[in-house]
Design a protein around this ligand. Structure first.
Ligand code: CMC
Length: 378
């Protein structure tokens, strides 16, 4: 067989490499379902706790199951002094680098360390779901010289996340927007970070290894970093009137408009509309519609690209929501990670259930059969 006979799928684009029972995506129609439930229903009617349960265990919980799950989440929120020390060791790094290092260090402290059974992996996933928010906010307090706010055992997952930012109980609107944001980020098929988690799990490594690698994959600007870059873009644009010129400048120099485009969606990302409503509502409540108007002006300027299937994605509106809530820009990617833990966990569980080593091929395109030349003769 020659290399001309090989069909290359660069970036594994369009390749199905396994089955999943968790998340259904139809990129052409813009449909997203978790365990068969429309993400629209979940975003409007569910909570992050309920959605996480659905993803991890396959069905919507009864009231009793949800209460028990909620208690498990709440009881795992506190991180140990050793974990605080681990954060301190790397506190000057970007929050995603801190998260990656600290998630890795948590492995050995987990009560199920060394146990890769499905049950143990799910228990670890529940603990990591609770621990990530605490790590992110403890680091933010530490690097700013503030007291670390202990997690509250009485607040919901999303409200507690915001509470740990400054010790103030968030408004119901802010908590519910954060909750919706976590639901919308909870899983998304074989995206780069979840695929990474599966590759690691496929070798038989544990959940902490898989999630450490997933956090690393998420940190890049083409995946999790887009929300932070959208906010930077909105700040640079400064006024809706400048948006068209700014976008033209980006596109004419072959640069990408952050928060637009998606590997699987050719229709609008079904998650984006929920956050668009959030930005509109929050901007209105705060009497500051500037950011919303800038984003709408960017969408207007990108209209010609919609014909080519380049629409807003989930991260386009997320950054401005976080900004309006008062979250620093470099915590935007960690927020994505906080929401994605149930998704990473269930994908690792699926990988374990039907494991196969993930090992694709590379088509060699370099020189061959070269003669080795001793160092003094080169
Ligand atoms: N702005 C301008 N042009 C774009 C954009 C964009 N955001 N996205 C794609 N294109 C163009 C691209 O230049 C290319 O044009 P041409 O065919 O003329 O070379 C064409 O569309 C196809 O692009 P591609 O890179 O082959 O598409 P992809 O499926 O590999 O890219 C993507 C997906 C997300 C990497 C890309 O759209 C992008 O870089 N977007 C900006 C970053 C971003 O918002 N990322 C968040 C994704 S959603 C969160 C998540 O799930 O991670």
């Amino acid at each position: 067989m020659t290399s001309r006979d090989v069909k290359l799928h660069r970036g594994l684009q369009g390749v199905y490499f396994d089955r999943t029972e968790t998340t259904f995506i139809d990129g052409k129609k813009g449909i997203l379902e978790y365990r068969g439930y429309s993400v629209h229903d979940l975003a409007k009617k569910s909570t992050f706790e309920e959605t996480a349960y659905l993803l991890l265990y396959g069905s919507l919980p009864t009231r009793g199951q949800l209460e028990e799950f909620d208690q498990q989440l709440k009881s795992s929120r506190t991180i140990s002094g050793q974990t605080i020390d681990a954060i301190r060791l790397v506190q000057d790094s970007h929050p995603m680098d801190v998260l990656r290092s600290v998630v890795s260090s948590l492995a050995g402290f987990d009560p199920d360390y060394g146990d890769n059974s499905i049950d143990a992996t799910l228990r670890k996933g529940v603990r990591l779901t609770s621990q990530l928010p605490t790590i992110v906010m403890a680091h933010d307090a530490m690097r700013n010289g503030r007291e670390i706010v202990e997690p509250s055992p009485s607040l919901s997952h999303a409200a507690n996340f915001l509470y740990m930012l400054n010790g103030n109980t968030p408004s119901d609107d802010a908590a519910s927007l954060m909750d919706r944001d976590f639901i919308l980020h909870a899983d998304h098929g074989s995206n780069a970070s979840s695929f990474t988690a599966r590759v690691v799990a496929g070798t038989g490594a544990d959940l902490h290894s898989a999630i450490t690698a997933a956090v690393a994959a998420l940190s890049g600007p083409f995946h999790g970093g887009a929300a932070e870059n959208v906010m930077k873009m909105a700040e640079e644009i400064g006024d809706p009137e400048n948006a068209a010129e700014y976008v033209k400048g980006l596109l004419s120099s072959k640069r990408r408009v952050m928060g637009f485009g998606h590997r699987v969606y050719r229709a609008e990302d079904p998650r984006a509309g929920h956050l668009r409503d959030g930005v509109r509502q929050l901007s209105h409540e705060m009497g500051d519609p500037r950011w919303y108007n800038i984003l709408e002006a960017v969408i207007e300027a990108m209209k010609p690209y919609a014909r080519r299937g380049i629409h807003v994605n989930v991260d386009f509106f997320a950054g401005v929501i976080y900004h309006l809530i008062g979250i620093p820009n470099d915590l935007f990617v960690p927020i994505f990670a906080v929401g994605r833990v149930p998704g990473w966990t269930i994908q690792v569980v699926e990988q374990f259930r039907h494991n196969i080593l993930i090992r694709p091929l590379l088509l060699f395109s370099g020189e061959r059969e070269r003669e080795y030349v001793p160092i003094d003769a080169r």
